[in-house]
Design a protein around this ligand. Structure first.
Ligand code: B12
Length: 288
C-alpha cells in the first residue's frame, strides 16, 4: 500500500483510507461509530494527524499477546448524545460481534454510556440519549428474547413520580433473558396499579422498584404497603440512585436492596432458585 509520508495538515477520509490501506467506506464507518475522531467540514470530514495518531495507537493494542480493552460505552456515548440511533446501534453490533455478551452489552455498554452523562431534566442531551438508549434496549430485547417455559415471574416498575425509564427497562429484559417471566409496568406507576398487577401475576416471586430520584423514595413506602396487603410473602427489592443504601431501603419498607443492576440480578437469581412459597395463584396470569 502506498504510504504518502507524514502529513502535516488535516486529511479527508479518502486520504486516511489510502494511508491506512483500507477502503474509504471502512474509514467512514469508523467515523460514524465514533471510533475515529474527525471534524465536520462543509464538504465532508477531516482528520488531523493527532486524531489519526490516537486512533492508530488505540488499534495497535490488538497485536499478538496483548488484550485490548475497548471502551464501548465511551464510543457509544457521543452517538447517544446526538440522538444518532444508526451510529449507536452500529457500536452495539460491533461490541456484540467482538464478543461482548448480551448482559454486558446492556450493563456495561448501554448503562455505562448513560452513566457518563451529567444532565437531568434540563439537558437536551439527556432526552436524546435516553430516547435512543431505550430504542437500543428494545432492539437488544427483541434479538435475545427466549421463548419457552419460565421460572416464575418478577414484577418490575418505577414508582409514581419517577420518569427514569432505562434502568427498569434493562432490568426487565435481563430478567427475561434468565428465563423468568417479567411483568413490566414501566415508570410513574401508582402504588395501587403495582399492587393490582402483583395480585394477578402468576407465580410471582419478587417485585423490583427502580428509584432514581431521592424525591421518589417515599413512594416506595406507599407501594410496599399496598403490596403487603395483597401479596404479603412476595419480597420487595429496591435500588437506583434515589435509594443510597440497604438501611434506607429497609426504612422505606423494602426487603432487599442492591447497589446496581448486577446486584439486583443476583438477588433475583437467589429468590427464584429458592422453593416458592405455597399460595393460591390467580387462574389467569398477567403475561410479561
Ligand atoms: C437520562 C436522565 C434523565 C431523563 C430520563 C429519560 C428517560 N426516559 O429515562 C430525563 C431528562 C427525563 C430526566 C429527568 C430528570 N432528572 Co434525570 N437523569 C438522567 C441521567 C443523565 C441518566 C439516567 C439513566 O438513564 N442512567 C442509565 C441507567 C441504566 O442507570 P441508572 O438509572 O443510574 O441505574 C443504575 C443504578 O441507579 C442502579 N439501579 C437503577 N435502577 C435500579 C433498580 C433496582 C431494583 C436496583 C437494585 C438498582 C437499580 O443500577 C444501575 C447501574 O447498574 C442521570 C445522570 C446520570 N448520569 O446517572 C440523571 C439523574 C438521574 N436525574 C436527576 C434529576 C434530578 C432529574 C430531574 C428532577 C431533573 C429536573 N430538574 O427536571 C428530572 C426528574 C424526572 C422524574 N420525575 O423522574 C438526578 C437525580 C438525583 C437524585 N438522586 O435525586 C440525576 C442523577 C442527575 C444529577 N446528577 O443530578 N433525567
Amino acid at each position: 500500500m502506498a504510504n504518502e509520508g507524514p502529513s502535516t495538515g488535516p486529511m479527508n477520509l479518502k486520504q486516511v483510507a489510502l494511508r491506512l490501506g483500507v477502503h474509504y467506506t471502512t474509514v467512514y464507518r469508523w467515523v460514524r461509530t465514533h471510533q475515529l475522531e474527525a471534524d465536520r467540514t462543509p464538504t465532508g470530514w477531516e482528520v488531523t494527524p493527532a486524531q489519526l495518531d490516537r486512533f492508530q495507537r488505540g488499534r495497535s493494542g490488538t497485536g499478538p499477546g496483548r488484550t485490548r480493552r475497548v471502551d464501548w460505552a465511551g464510543r457509544l456515548r457521543p452517538a447517544l448524545e446526538c440522538g444518532d440511533e444508526v451510529a449507536a446501534w452500529r457500536v452495539v453490533e460491533d461490541a456484540l460481534r467482538s464478543g461482548v455478551d448480551p448482559e454486558a452489552c446492556y450493563l456495561d455498554v448501554l448503562a455505562g454510556a448513560l452513566a457518563g452523562l451529567d444532565g437531568g431534566g434540563d439537558h437536551v442531551d439527556s432526552y436524546l440519549a435516553s430516547a435512543v438508549a431505550l430504542r437500543l434496549a428494545a432492539r437488544l430485547g427483541a434479538r435475545f428474547r427466549r421463548p419457552g417455559r419460565t421460572r416464575g415471574s418478577v414484577l418490575v416498575a418505577a414508582p409514581e413520580g419517577e420518569q427514569h425509564a432505562l434502568s427498569v427497562a434493562i432490568l426487565a429484559d435481563l430478567v427475561r433473558l434468565r428465563g423468568v417471566r417479567c411483568v413490566e409496568l414501566g415508570v410513574d406507576v401508582p402504588a395501587s396499579v403495582v399492587a393490582a398487577a402483583a395480585a394477578s401475576a402468576g407465580r410471582l416471586r419478587l417485585v423490583a422498584l427502580g428509584v432514581n430520584r431521592v424525591e421518589s423514595a417515599t413512594r416506595v413506602t406507599t407501594t410496599a404497603e399496598a403490596l403487603r396487603a395483597v401479596v404479603p410473602d412476595v419480597p420487595l427489592l429496591v435500588g437506583g440512585q434515589g435509594v443510597r443504601n440497604a438501611q434506607v431501603a429497609a426504612a422505606l419498607g423494602a426487603d432487599h436492596w442492591a447497589p446496581d443492576l448486577r446486584g439486583a440480578l443476583a438477588v433475583i437469581d437467589e429468590v427464584v432458585a429458592a422453593p416458592a412459597p405455597r399460595r393460591a395463584d390467580p387462574a389467569v396470569p398477567v403475561d410479561g
